[in-house]
Ligand binder design. Structure first.
Ligand code: FVH
Length: 290
């Protein structure tokens, strides 16, 4: 059983993680490039490491939470050999090529590497709504599982270290699609005088109702059958999408957010799939038309 944990990176998220570990009774060592960001945690009982090397030496379990992998590389450049025999959990957002490079390099130094994707905002950490995706060394996950429970629900996805990062980016893609759609809709409604507050009681229940379509879309995507029991065919939806793009332009709203979906819908229409559900657009996204 691991006795201490070191957190490297005390931005908004790293601070939330460190607070959750302290709340759960863990002996927690903290380090941040800008040292003052550790002050409040030290006041709550964390041990301040003066250097990254000191943070690594203090614990068998090292958690990294930095802006990006450039920061990870910069932080570990001098101290990577010190990670031999340690468990490293990297909760920094990154691309699969970056994850593989770091996993390979740290593995070469004898560290057990677990990559993670945090599906929560800082205030959610430590609540049942927070979940964290992990992939990489199953030994590392099993060893650290008890401590990781302080952050929220843990989902271990498998030995391939890129699984968590790609799943994290996929979920963020869904989130940015939602946010982008909401912002475009609010701009368009604003062009005829609605404030965002006035528009909210319309857009919020509409999005919630449309979310109920996802299980049906998932069935269609996995079966490849987008033609059965169609309620809202693509030809009809494509006409509406083009109306959105044209009306955005005429109302002085940049249609950039909606143009890609218009292009994909038209590609499917040109392929003869106008009577399918809109879920069939995924085939155009995958570049694997029927
Ligand atoms: N905050 C959020 O809502 C999201 C939720 C989902 C997960 N993300 C990911 O978490 C990583 C860290 O995000 P963050 O919110 O803590 O970010 P910041 O508050 O901006 O803090 C950044 C920390 O990174 C340190 N840092 C940056 N560059 C370097 C470097 N070259 N060398 C050493 N440290 C570096 C920075 O240090 P300092 O500026 O205070 O000295 C902060 O500790 C991130 O991957 C999100 O995608 C958060």
């Amino acid at each position: 059983m691991l006795k201490t944990i070191s957190i490297i990176g005390l931005g908004a998220m790293g601070t939330a993680l460190a607070n959750a570990l302290i709340d759960a009774g863990n002996r927690t060592t903290v380090w941040n490039r800008t040292a003052a960001r550790a002050d409040a945690l030290v006041a709550r009982g964390a041990h301040r490491a003066e250097t990254v090397g000191e943070a690594i030496a203090a614990s068998d379990l090292i958690v990294l939470c930095l802006t990006d992998y450039v920061a990870v590389e910069a932080t570990l450049a001098e101290v990577a050999p010190m990670l031999a025999g340690k468990t490293v959990i990297n909760l920094t957002n990154g691309r699969p090529d970056e994850v593989r490079a770091v996993a390979t390099r740290l593995g070469g130094h004898g560290a057990r590497y677990l990559d993670g994707g945090i599906m929560a905002t800082p205030p959610m950490i430590g609540t049942p709504d927070a979940f964290i995706l992990y992939s990489g060394s199953s030994d590392a996950f099993e060893t650290a599982q008890e401590q990781l429970a302080a952050f929220g629900q843990s989902h271990y996805l498998g030995e391939d270290p890129i699984l968590a990062a790609v799943s994290d980016l996929a979920l963020l893609s869904a989130m940015y699609g939602l946010f982008g759609g909401y912002l475009h809709a609010t701009a368009l409604a604003g062009s005829v005088g609605f404030t965002a507050r006035q528009f909210l009681p319309l857009v919020e229940p509409w999005l919630a109702a449309m979310m109920t379509a996802l299980p049906d879309y998932a069935e269609r995507i996995d079966s490849g059958d987008h033609a059965r029991d169609v309620m809202s065919n693509l030809a009809m939806q494509s006409a509406a999408i083009s109306n959105i793009v044209a009306t955005s332009r005429s109302q002085g709203i940049d249609p950039a957010f909606m143009e890609p979906i218009e292009r994909l819908a038209q590609k499917r229409l040109a392929g003869g799939f106008g009577s399918d559900e809109i879920s069939g657009i995924i085939k155009a996204m995958r570049g694997k038309e029927d």
